[in-house]
Write a protein that binds this ligand. Structure first.
Ligand SMILES: O=C(O)C1=C[C@@H](OP(=O)(O)O)[C@@H](O)[C@H](O)C1
Ligand SMILES: C=C(OP(=O)(O)O)C(=O)O
Length: 425
């Protein structure tokens, strides 16, 4: 699908889309609980749909209603020898240890970029807890056979926090007086989100400085109602759009959230954007923007909107944490560099550092999502202040996390055409 975005002024208000990070965790917790859980404001992006499909294959019943999803479960009792996590990195890394709670042999698959993302962690770690695991040379598909026997283990957290999230959630079902130690953990706030949702569903874990996670007496997940928070990761694009091209009010954003990407507010503040935060509404508005520095090691998904922001700041902005980007839906340091170069923006990559040369003018161009939702959204935001239309190829990549994205920016005033048809509001 080709989407064209023309230079536009942003003005309006919008309700943030549901967080896929929170939704997928809640769906997993509902599977682990016995009884019926209702999830309100459910996410329906591809990653969330894949999570609902996985829990059905693992024995739960999922019913969709207009404003909520009901998940009825009796714990992990697979009804299919295969699960498919779609393109979700979190999905596969969370559901693999959870699936291993069963004693059945299960094949775990995915598609698109997920087939090239590293999974060798499981081959190293799962055998230490009684689970046999084979991979395709460190990649998908995985074949596992549990049941997992929670023991004291030490794992590496430097590649991704998602493996720890999966181990914590699976241990929560039956661990007793054991701990998980983790070295060099990155993306720490995502682990806080995991612990917060586990606690909501009745399982408490002691977090000692993001180094040791202790499970005491055996606990059980309890079926609960849960409301999914607005997504700071998707909203970051809208807030940046307003900061470079007008003004917007984004509702349903919790400033007390555990989500990493609420850190976009600090970046916007450093760049000099106007911010008027309420408890659940953030208003940003265009002002004179200055280059800024930002460490995105623990919030790697912010790189794409940060680059769109920096392209509009007069001078060189410097971001650290680039090494976290190599194994996302694309190698995001490089794809940002290549796609923004087409729009006339120079990006230097230097070890763990990225330097964006902003204020040089954004040019009309044909760009490509590289099948990465956040690259498509970053290009769309950059287009708002370009000197002509930016055409994004394979623009449907947004469906992974934020299917409403083009609709939302059009509602905020962006001139969007999809396959030649004007998206009007
Ligand atoms: O747990 C999560 O919901 C996520 C964790 C992060 O991954 P890493 O821990 O690999 O950085 C983030 O990039 C991803 O989009 C979602
Ligand atoms: C990297 C992402 O997600 P995941 O790792 O869950 O596929 C993302 O949403 O940008």
């Amino acid at each position: 699908m080709k989407v064209s975005i023309s230079p536009s002024t942003i003005n309006g208000h919008i309700t943030a889309n549901p967080s896929k990070s929170a939704m997928q965790r809640a769906v997993a917790a509902a599977l682990l609980a016995k009884g019926k859980s209702s999830i309100y404001n459910p996410g329906l992006s591809n990653d969330c749909l894949a999570a609902m499909d996985v829990v059905e294959k693992l024995g739960a019943t999922v019913e969709r209603f207009p404003d909520h999803v009901e998940i009825t479960s009796n714990g992990v009792q697979p009804v299919n020898p295969e699960i498919n996590c779609g393109e979700s990195g979190l999905g596969i890394r969370m559901f693999t240890p959870i699936t291993a709670l069963s004693d059945q042999t299960i094949t775990i698959k995915g598609h698109g970029s997920l087939t090239t993302r590293p999974m060798d962690f499981f081959e190293k770690v799962l055998p230490q807890v009684g689970v046999s695991c084979t991979t395709n040379d460190g990649k998908l598909p995985l074949v596992i056979k549990g049941p997992i026997q929670p023991r004291d283990i030490t794992i590496d957290g430097s590649l991704s926090s998602q493996f720890l999230t999966g181990m914590l959630m699976a241990y929560g079902a039956n661990a007793e007086n054991v701990s998980i130690k983790v070295g060099d953990l990155k993306s720490k706030p995502y682990v806080d989100l995991t612990l917060q949702i586990m606690a909501h569903f009745g399982v408490k874990v002691a977090n000692e400085n993001f180094e040791t996670f202790r499970f005491g007496a055996r606990q059980a997940y309890k079926a609960k109602d849960y409301t999914v928070e607005g997504d700071w990761s998707g909203a970051a694009f809208l807030l940046v759009a307003a900061a470079v091209a007008g003004k917007a009010e984004v509702h349903h954003l919790n400033t007390q959230s555990a989500q990493s990407d609420k850190a976009i507010l600090q970046a916007l503040e450093s760049a000099g954007a106007q911010i008027l935060p309420g408890v659940f509404t953030i208003i940003t508005a265009k002002d004179k923007l200055s280059p800024f520095t930002f460490d995105a090691t623990d919030c790697p998904d912010l790189f794409p909107p940060l680059v769109a922001l920096a392209a509009n700041c007069n001078g060189v902005s410097t971001f650290s944490g680039v090494s976290r980007l190599a194994h996302k839906e694309s190698d995001r340091g490089i794809t940002l560099q290549e796609e923004f170069a087409k729009m006339g923006i120079k990006i230097e990559l230097d070890g763990d550092e990225m330097r964006v040369h902003g204020g040089t003018g954004i040019k009309a161009a044909n760009v490509h999502s590289r099948f990465d939702h956040r690259i498509a959204m970053a290009c769309a935001v950059a287009a708002l202040t370009a000197d002509g239309p930016v055409v994004i190829e394979e623009a449907e990549a947004i469906n992974k996390s934020y299917p409403e994205f083009y609709d939302h920016i059009a509602k905020l005033g962006a001139k969007v055409t999809i396959e030649g048809e004007v998206l009007s509001h």
